[in-house]
Design a protein around this ligand. Structure first.
Ligand SMILES: Cc1ncc(COP(=O)(O)O)c(C=O)c1O
Length: 482
């Protein structure tokens, strides 16, 4: 594996273990790469297999860390401003499941916005928690956080609400008023969990919105792999203050994380932390400059515009400038159609297509050539399509559905598949989520309204995808019997 590189402690121990000459009678079965499919070894290189090791002496144990992993997690806690940090090898999903399991008891209620990731809905099923949904604020074509007044009212009215969960930033980089919401929740004696999957980079540059931990959040889940130089699936869970029992968090993580974590993922978390601590500000300076340049160029292009949240209004505290949502509807294109052209013909791939727009993620991993290619592709799109008839307005989200039973009751209840068109009035056994906007329309235990069906039909007609329906034509949906 070459000369000894300059690595932080856990990664250095892994490197040493990978270099050691010994006969290893342990997992994984590829035997440090000897038995791996040769073309794969030729492609990935030998080093990756030599570092793909189990919990050997000196490499610590993720589920009961006391050595190098404990050290790396403590270092991450310091860098991210937490009292305690846990490394996750199953994405932010693992952090969300563990956070809800650690904070709530069966039968509790959790106050949360509807635009939560499906992992949170799965956590409700696992922990037997009832959701109390808040409709997120919507303005300028973007979803924001919940209205603080609604949070205050719910907490005052319902003593069975155990905690508040927030999503900030959203996919489009819209940040909720985490400081205000945390103050409201704490005054009412409830802890706050923040799904900051899209915001692991926020603490590393003063021009970015403040990270949730520094705004009073108690438990924060970050998908490090989304915006930091870490491998896919690598994520972190951070805890701060006295409202969360860290032992419950560790216990919950033992329940849902693998006992064979990939050291490649753990090393990438450790090195991303070290990199951001030493060079994060400088790297983000370049990302921010690139994002500002792209914004300025887009504003010059006929038919294209950057979608800006109305910061300062309830639900809209700030915008992460490294997310760029570009409206394409005035070119007569849906975000899906524009995505196909950009990806298929113009060599640019976006993070998320919407009905009227496309969201691009800029990170410390982008080069000057990447951003130049993005602007050139958008120029071509504008030139080719300017003058087309603008799109009709997007279908209107019909709002929250009536809850009949808990997500867990619905998950375990006998159910059947029926044609979607015949489902009005029945209780959904499935999470049905149209993209866009990626906000679940139905989750297990909710009654299917005629308005919800109309919305699903118009979403599909507009070119969106619906997750949670069967693929056959006409589509079917899982509902409870009777
Ligand atoms: C808001 C939000 N939370 C959580 C997740 C889950 O993250 P992961 O894929 O790392 O499990 C996602 C994934 O897209 C997300 O967008």
């Amino acid at each position: 594996m070459g000369d000894s590189p300059d690595l932080p402690p856990l990664s250095a121990a892994l490197y040493q273990a990978g270099c050691r000459s010994y006969a290893g009678f342990h997992t994984p079965g590829h035997g440090r790469g000897h038995a791996i499919y040769p073309p794969l070894r030729a492609w990935w290189g030998e080093g990756v297999f030599r570092a793909d090791l189990p919990e050997l002496p000196g490499l610590d144990n993720l589920l009961a860390p006391a050595g190098r992993i404990a050290e790396a997690q403590a270092q991450a806690a310091q860098v991210f401003g937490a009292d305690q940090t846990w490394f996750l090898v199953n994405g932010a999903t693992a952090g969300l499941l563990a956070a809800v399991l650690a904070v709530c008891r069966p039968g509790d209620r959790l106050l949360l916005p509807r635009n939560v990731h499906q992992a949170v809905l799965h956590a409700l099923i696992l922990a037997d928690v009832w959701p109390v949904f808040l409709a997120p604020c919507r303005a300028a074509g973007l979803w924001g956080g919940p209205d603080p007044t609604a949070v205050t009212d719910h907490l005052a009215a319902d003593p069975t609400i155990r905690a508040v969960l927030l999503v900030s930033p959203t996919y489009e980089g819209v940040c909720a008023e985490v400081d205000t919401l945390a103050a409201i929740a704490h005054a009412a004696g409830r802890p706050v969990i923040v799904d900051e999957a899209h915001g692991a980079h926020l603490g590393f540059h003063p021009a970015l919105p403040l990270p949730a931990l520094s705004q009073g959040a108690d438990l924060v889940v970050q998908a490090s792999h989304k915006t930091l130089p870490a491998l896919t699936q690598a994520a972190m869970l951070h805890c701060r203050g006295v409202r969360i029992d860290p032992q419950r968090v560790s216990q919950a993580l033992r329940l849902i994380q693998t006992s064979s974590p990939s050291y490649l993922l753990l090393a990438s978390l450790e090195t991303a932390t070290a990199q951001m601590a030493t060079a994060g500000r400088h790297l983000l300076e370049q990302t921010l400059a690139a994002a500002a340049w792209v914004r300025a160029q887009v504003e010059k292009l006929p038919g294209l515009s950057v979608v800006q949240p109305p910061c300062g209004r309830p639900g809209f505290a700030a915008q992460d400038p490294t997310r760029l949502t570009v409206r394409v509807a005035d070119l007569g294109l849906t975000g899906f159609a524009a995505d196909e052209i950009l990806h298929g013909e113009l060599g640019v791939t976006a993070e998320l297509p919407g009905y009227e727009d496309l969201t691009f993620l800029l990170s410390v991993g982008h080069t000057t050539a990447d951003v130049a290619q993005l602007v050139a592709a958008l120029q071509t799109l504008s030139r080719r399509h300017w003058g087309a008839v603008p799109l009709p307005v997007a279908p209107l989200w019909p709002g929250l559905s009536e809850r009949v039973c808990s997500p867990r009751q619905a998950f375990f209840a006998p159910c059947e598949s029926i044609p979607l068109a015949a489902a009005a009035g029945r209780v959904s056994a499935a999470t049905v989520c149209p993209y866009p906007p990626g906000i679940p329309l139905l989750i297990p235990g909710e009654r299917i309204s005629p308005e919800a069906l109309t919305y699903l039909e118009s979403s599909v007609r507009a070119g969106g995808a619906v997750v949670g329906l069967s693929v056959q034509d006409p589509p079917e949906v899982r509902v409870l019997y009777g």
